[in-house]
Design a protein around this ligand. Structure first.
Ligand code: 5GP
Ligand code: MN
Length: 335
């Protein structure tokens, strides 16, 4: 049982709050941030939101998204309390923001990543929660405040996104109960939320997908699938870096694949790596070897090496994890 009391006390004690979330924000990052923003605003607090990266176009149907500011808007502003959402380390909100957005009183960390660091004065870390949005839901409920319509659609979006539309192993009966309540109070159509998030694709994303899928390689044993995206592909298709999202899930769906990975060449000579697992390998541990993190079945990291070296390194490391897991489960062949 989590103790929400310490955080609820802050809501009573302080007036100026700032919220932030991780770089390349996804549905749970934006959903939990806006959900908490709307709740605190309803309590009469002064709340500001600062993110390193812009809100992706497919989340611009969510109430309050246009209130999210970037690091340039910060200037000398200091909130009394800074709440960081869905970021397993403080640096995940972006280096400049992490160094310049300083609370005068308390730093709070709300997260559900397996690799979450307790970097706050108050840490609400619940790896068993499906999403950070679910934690925010429970926090608001423990305040005994009703969730209003605008807050409900934000939290639902986060829940929907991080459970892969209620398909992943983090989906439970409780997730469905929370989703049902949010649909009821939010009075939105779930199919519309789905269409907003997933069916507003720029054509460039489909063109990029076809380029990336052409790079597919599967190891001889069929257990590791990998793809990559190069800067040349981004130029050719005019797609942006966030267009890579989701492709790793497609190759993870190949029969027999245990670990899937997608490597994107970045502009600064580093490579961004997305990892997915069927469950036999904990990819958050694998990512942590490269200073990344995430969840057991979905994780990522950044490595400073050319993309082709990154693929080799990551495939080799994934192979080591697969060998270990098959030894542990006793399915290695005896002579
Ligand atoms: P994705 O592959 O969708 O970008 O990320 C999958 C999961 O891994 C997410 O939960 C995300 O927060 C985490 N993740 C991705 N990249 C990084 C990274 O560079 N560092 C850390 N700590 N986590 C990451
Ligand atoms: Mn999340």
């Amino acid at each position: 049982m989590q103790n929400y009391g310490a955080l609820l006390n802050l809501f009573n004690r302080y007036h100026d709050f700032a919220l932030s979330t991780h770089i390349n924000p996804d549905g749970d990052a934006i959903g939990s941030e806006l959900g908490l923003y709307l709740f605190l605003t309803k309590l009469g607090k002064s709340v500001k939101m600062f993110n390193t990266d812009a809100v992706p176009g497919n989340y611009k149907f969510l109430p309050g998204w246009e209130r999210i500011e970037d690091v340039h808007a910060l200037r000398t502003y200091q909130p009394e309390v800074l709440i960081v959402l869905d970021a397993s380390t403080l640096e995940r909100i972006g280096k400049t923001l992490a160094e310049s957005l300083m609370p005068t009183h308390k730093l709070v960390n709300i997260d559900h990543h397996a690799t979450a660091e307790a970097f706050g004065d108050i840490n609400l870390i619940m790896p068993s929660a499906s999403s950070t949005s679910e934690i925010v839901y429970k926090l608001i409920k423990s305040h005994q405040t009703s969730i209003d319509k605008s807050c409900a659609v934000c939290l639902y979006t986060g829940l929907m996104f991080d459970t892969g539309c209620f398909r992943y192993s983090n989906t439970t009966a409780e997730t469905h109960r929370i989703a049902a309540e949010l649909i009821e109070v939010g009075e939105f159509a779930p199919d519309e939320v789905y269409r907003n998030v997933y069916e507003q694709l720029p054509v460039a994303k489909i063109r990029l997908s076809s380029e990336i899928l052409r790079t597919l390689q599967v190891t001889d044993d069929g257990k590791i699938a990998s793809v990559y995206a190069t800067q040349e592909m981004f130029r050719k298709t005019r797609a942006t870096a966030d267009a890579v999202e989701g492709i790793v899930n497609q190759i993870q769906a190949i029969a027999g694949v245990e670990v899937a990975l997608c490597v994107s060449e970045m502009t600064d000579r580093s490579a961004k790596v997305s990892l997915r697992s069927q469950g036999g390998v904990d990819v958050s541990q694998l990512a942590a070897e490269f200073d990344g993190g995430g969840h057991a079945r979905a994780a990522g990291c950044r490595v400073v090496m050319p993309y082709f070296s990154a693929i080799n390194t990551l495939v080799q490391t994934a192979q080591r994890y697969i060998d270990q897991s098959s030894t542990e489960h006793g399915d290695c062949q005896k002579d």
